[in-house]
Design a protein. Structure first.
Length: 322
């Protein structure tokens, strides 16, 4: 089979590697996504933020140091990440680089951000990593300022609601309890525990009854499956074609695309999910994990999912059928 057109999956996972930083290339003009409606302030501790999709990436509006625009919600990133085409400064951090889903590394600079504004959420004096995100900008045809990762999200319980195309963030205390007891009008109908490894939520599930460990990543447009998983798991992966998986700096590797059947997370049964088969050894070395795969858009898009990092729990709200 011949590879089809290049495919980009925006997953930024940070690891230890020796790489030099590069000067940012000149800025370019891009098509902006539609202007978002004003977020709803439910209480002093809770906001609801509308989102749009760029391909299968969750895009919200936020501002860093007065510059407002598009940010991707990416639970696969450990920190706030800024596009070095739109932000300058910072310094190269020793032994630090970014790692994409294709196993390639990219240079990283780090700098302190005076202020980040996400509607009524105001963060000051936070550190951000600067990475060239031009490849995502070109593929999605948007002006992308950065990615919002774990370091911004960890103090909140986050509802990613694909049915309503909105994200609810509600502040939690040290134990992970919601400070606002009325953040949601509904009661979860199901839940699942996870283990927080570095910044990645690791879920214990099954594929066709075989135990697997998958990481949860809202920045993955397709699921990932490690090509080294047991044959009994691969028996439930149906190959459809070969594609080129692009990294942050335009490099690409050939991978196999298909559908994964019979994945189950405790009581959550999943429809067949589009998945790519790839080598995840570099990601696993970076986080000292043994992940069999990543769950991204294909998992989130069929659910109303709440993530509570402090309690290490996922909660699911009822999907209301039309």
């Amino acid at each position: 089979m011949k590879p089809t057109r290049p495919l980009i999956i925006a997953v930024l996972l940070l690891w230890m590697a020796h790489h030099a930083s590069a000067d940012p290339p000149p800025a370019q003009a891009y098509v902006n996504l539609p202007v978002f409606l004003q977020a709803e302030a439910v209480s002093p501790y809770t906001i609801r933020v509308p989102f749009r999709l760029a391909g299968h990436l969750i895009v919200v509006q936020a501002a860093v140091e007065g510059q407002a625009g598009n940010f991707i919600l990416d639970t696969g990133s450990s920190d706030l990440i800024l596009n070095d085409r739109h932000y300058s400064g910072g310094y190269a951090k020793d032994n630090y680089a970014s790692l994409g889903t294709n196993g390639q590394v990219s240079s990283v600079r780090t700098r302190k951000v005076d202020e980040m504004q996400w509607d009524s959420i105001n963060l000051q004096k936070v550190y951000a990593d600067l990475i060239d995100l031009n490849h995502i900008e070109q593929k999605k045809n948007i002006r992308l300022l950065g990615l919002i990762g774990y370091s911004v999200l960890k103090e909140y319980e986050i509802l990613i609601d694909f049915q309503l195309s909105q994200i609810t963030l509600t502040l939690t205390d040290r134990q992970g309890n919601r400070i606002d007891p009325y953040a949601y009008a509904e009661t979860p109908v199901d839940s699942a525990g996870f283990r927080l490894k570095s910044h990645i939520a690791v879920l214990d599930g099954t594929v066709g009854g075989e135990s697997v460990q998958f990481g949860l990543d809202s920045g993955a447009e397709l699921n990932l499956l490690d090509k080294r998983v047991n044959r009994s798991v691969l028996d439930h992966f149906e190959i459809s074609k070969r594609v080129l998986l692009n990294g942050m700096e335009g490099e690409s590797v050939e991978v196999i695309a298909g559908k994964l059947y019979h994945y189950r997370l405790q009581e959550q049964r999943c429809s067949p999910m589009r998945t790519i088969l790839t080598d995840m050894s570099a990601l696993n070395r970076a986080f000292r994990t043994r992940l069999d795969g990543l769950l991204g858009y294909e998992f989130f898009s069929e659910r109303r999912t709440i993530i509570n990092y402090k309690k290490e729990k996922l909660y699911f709200l009822k999907w209301h059928r039309p």
